[in-house]
Design a protein around this ligand. Structure first.
Ligand SMILES: Nc1nc2c(ncn2[C@@H]2O[C@H](COP(=O)(O)OP(=O)(O)OP(=O)(O)O)[C@@H](O)[C@H]2O)c(=O)[nH]1
Ligand SMILES: [Mg+2]
Length: 352
């Protein structure tokens, strides 16, 4: 089996020689090639890589028309001759010595093997607490928004291996920094394995991580949600929720003005009817393809989600009011957060 190591580069001249040396030492018993995809770096990384190709099995692609990390990796996929593709950074934050472990995972049946910071044994070194927090938060958002990757601990790692078939013929969107997420959502695979590794600070050269990265990441997650149909679900869930408001109000009116019931108590059956209305529509429409649990379980879970939402709403309302916020604004915050919580509990648990 031939291995293609794909390395996107931009101004990585200083790291190249050590990178190639360590890859060649690690993979000496393998049939492999290194593909450098360089975006016409001002430090002439492409030229130096070409020089080094006399000593190492390197092919250099110098792109002058296109730019961007993800599109560079996708170009690498297209050019690669191997049966297994490995993607890694050039700046030695991804130790080449981990590559054989990724290849073993694939030999043992995985279609995608991820060098992961967030499985036992993995980690980050010398990161400030806020970079850790942002990284963890971003991953949490991605896993919640995209149920297909919810079991992957590090879906944004830039260091991974996959079988050629996973991406062959698959249309990947070149926008964004997180190519692995794109692969995990759109690729053809069954089994993902994560192998621990420690990610440090870059050895030399400069980071291409900008302040816009976080916003771009959220845009990427949003686009993938749309592609997955998760955004459609969110919209349907919203519409169903609005229908529930109508049901709730109508029955409350009927019970109080029509039947003369007590105003305080009449609210309870009116709310329950709205919950049943919402459940029915969500079960028949929003999540109709996800009825994996028995009906009674879905019904119980839906009530738990409603209750959880109500509690969350009240806590946020009370907290913000105590902090001095206008009570109507505070309630609005409560409603929005409660809505998101209910959607997520239902998506991941009731119809999970
Ligand atoms: N071809 C190409 N490569 C890129 C581009 N942006 C980044 N890279 C390469 O992609 C890899 C990851 O970029 P980094 O800047 O190291 O990102 P990072 O590891 O998240 O950030 P640091 O921890 O600061 O290094 C490196 O090998 C870069 O040279 C790009 O626009 N085009
Ligand atoms: Mg880096």
């Amino acid at each position: 089996m031939k291995v293609s190591v794909i390395v996107p580069t931009y101004n990585e001249r200083e790291n190249l020689e050590e990178l190639f040396e360590r890859i060649s030492r690690t993979l000496k018993d393998y049939d492999y090639e290194i593909i450098v995809v360089d975006d016409d770096s001002p430090d002439r990384t492409w030229e130096f890589a070409q020089e080094l190709s006399e000593r190492y099995p390197v092919r250099v692609i110098r792109r002058t028309e296109e730019k961007g990390l993800s599109s560079a990796v996708i170009r690498g996929f297209k050019e690669a001759h191997g049966d297994i593709f490995v993607v890694m950074d050039a700046d030695l934050q991804h130790p080449p010595e981990v590559i054989p472990e990724l290849l073993n995972a694939i030999k043992n049946g995985a279609d995608v093997a991820i060098a992961s910071r967030y499985v036992p044994g993995g980690g980050v070194r010398n990161w400030y607490w806020y970079r850790k927090l942002i990284s963890r938060g971003a991953i949490m958002v991605g896993r919640l928004a995209l149920p297909r990757i919810r079991d992957v601990k590090d879906p944004v790692s830039g260091f991974f291996a996959l079988r050629r078939e996973v991406v062959e013929g698959v249309e990947l969107n070149p926008v964004g920094f997180k190519i692995l997420m794109e692969v995990l959502i759109k690729g053809r695979y069954k089994k993902v394995t994560e192998v621990p590794f420690t990610f440090g600070l870059r050895r030399a050269g400069e980071s291409k991580l900008g302040t816009k990265t976080m916003l771009n990441y959220l845009r990427h997650v949003y686009r993938l949600m749309r592609w997955e149909g998760e955004l459609d679900r969110l919209i349907k869930f919203t519409l169903v929720g609005l229908s529930g408001v109508v049901v709730n109000q109508s029955f409350l009116w009927l019970f109080v003005s029509g039947f003369g019931w007590d105003k305080i108590l009449a609210n309870i059956p009116a709310t329950e009817l709205a919950i049943l209305n919402n459940f029915t529509w969500n079960d028949l429409w929003t999540f109709r393809d996800l009825k994996r649990k028995p009906l009674w379980r879905r019904l119980v879970n839906f009530h738990i989600a409603a209750l959880t939402g109500a509690v969350v709403q009240w806590i946020i309302y009370a907290g913000l009011v105590l902090l001095g916020m206008n009570y109507l604004v505070a309630n609005m915050f409560g409603i929005v957060v409660s809505f998101v919580v209910r959607f997520l509990v239902n998506r991941h648990v009731t119809w999970g």
